[in-house]
Design a protein around this ligand. Structure first.
Ligand code: GLY
Length: 417
């Protein structure tokens, strides 16, 4: 099977490495890819937001399967264009990708499906903002109602900071969503979804704040681990039954069936799971950890979704143990990152590239905010953390930063429901 993966981040590199382990995958291509994906696939510098450019590339390469990683091409209908051109495609239609593209749409689907989520209000004018802010708190959750790569969310106990973020979104012409704060530890559950058929992957936990002990602004994700030793055994089943399947059915009922990866971001409290957000694609950096433990062939699983045969896929098999991924971010991230610095040690095992490129002298250089992530696997979380941080010590990037506590609270038994 010849496979083309769209995107260049850590999750796309992890997808390519997973596909490379599948014996049925004979050829791998990435668009546009990065310095790391070039080691496992052929990179193609096309504009992945262009339906025409992606379809032309798929035709030229005569691929059997296209896997779309990022949300932007999905929301722009790249999957629709590929399907219209006859390509088996992993990734939802533009209509179904609205589950991530519009938070107001996601709330509407959840209300119709009877799924537990935060109380929310959409505000679309400055005139309504103060009264709306008064209806929330003491912790405010303010979301940009558009694609913002995880950085459009501000969670704060400071009303002035909440107001500032909301005003900036409104000034940029985006409505904002105010939400009640959901307490309880967060879980990311990725599910393969093909219409009403749902197959969950291992649950993972992301670390969204930039600094140790969950301090500082939100980021796209600074590290993750899987599985979750503190999660009750029945919780994945409950999330599938109470959240993902009802939403998948509601999408079918609306005539916009979801086909691809539905990412449920949840908070778990004594009543069970409540939805924080949905994404229409694999999450980053949880994917790097989750796919590292997948024993079943990844190409076969993604192809089953793309060809509408997920119901016939054999049960997924997983390696024992735990996986941890730690993100190395460029100076100033999540603000405008410094780029163009030379990275050393980035070609080592377990290093997954995201914002990297090769300069004219052949050096691997930083080219984005979250530059790369480093993976560790072990018999348990402690061993996996140790390997991830040992590998990270071998990677050097001037001015870079990372969290030192990925998975630590879970390892120390400090997460409880
Ligand atoms: N883990 C956060 C995201 O992928 O958006």
């Amino acid at each position: 099977m010849r496979v083309l993966v769209i995107g260049s981040g850590g999750r796309e590199h992890a997808l390519l490495l997973g596909l490379d382990r599948d014996p049925s995958v004979t050829e791998l291509h990435a668009a546009p890819g990065n310095a790391g994906t070039a080691a496992v696939a052929t990179n193609h510098p096309v504009d992945v937001a262009s339906r025409e450019a992606v379809v032309a590339l798929a035709r030229r390469l005569a691929v059997d399967l296209v896997v779309i990683g990022p949300e932007v091409p999905l929301v722009l209908g790249v999957a629709d264009a590929l399907r219209e051109a006859g390509f088996a495609t992993f990734g939802p239609s533009a209509a179904a990708a609205q589950i991530e593209g519009s938070k107001a749409f996601a709330k509407d689907v959840m209300a119709a499906a009877g799924v537990r989520t935060a109380r929310a209000e959409v505000v679309d004018s400055q005139a309504d903002l103060d009264a709306a802010l008064d209806r929330f708190g003491p912790t405010w959750v303010v979301k940009d109602d558009g694609l913002a790569a995880g950085k459009g969310v501000v969670v704060t106990a400071d009303r002035a900071a909440a107001r500032r973020h909301a005003s900036e979104c409104l000034e940029a012409g985006h409505p904002v969503l105010l939400e009640s704060f959901l307490s309880g530890p967060e879980v990311s559950l990725f599910c393969l979804v093909d219409g009403e058929d749902v197959v969950p992957l291992l649950p993972a936990q992301d670390h969204k704040r930039v600094a140790d002990d969950d301090r500082g602004p939100n980021t796209g994700g600074m590290g993750a681990y899987t599985p979750l030793p503190w999660l009750p055994e029945d919780m994945v089943g409950r999330i599938v039954d109470e959240v993902v399947t009802p939403v998948a059915r509601e999408m079918v009922r609306r005539g916009t069936p979801f086909s691809g990866l539905l990412y449920a971001g949840l908070a778990i409290d004594e009543q069970g799971p409540a939805v924080v957000e949905f994404n229409c694609r694999f999450g980053d950096p949880e994917t790097q950890a989750v796919l590292d433990l997948l024993e079943s062939p990844l190409g076969e699983a993604l192809n089953a979704v793309a060809t509408g045969t997920l119901a016939q896929l054999p049960a997924l098999r997983w390696h024992d143990g735990a996986a941890v991924v730690v993100v190395l971010a460029a100076e100033n991230y999540p603000g405008a990152p410094r780029t163009g610095d030379t990275i050393t040690g980035a070609d080592a095992e377990g290093v997954l590239h995201a914002g990297t490129a090769v300069d004219t002298d052949g050096n691997i250089v930083s080219a984005g905010g979250r530059v790369l992530s480093v993976l560790g696997r072990g018999a348990d979380l402690k061993a996996a953390r140790a390997q991830a941080y040992e590998r990270l010590a071998g990677v050097k990037l001037p001015g870079s930063h990372f969290r030192t506590d990925i998975g630590r609270a879970a390892e120390e038994g400090r997460i409880a429901l």
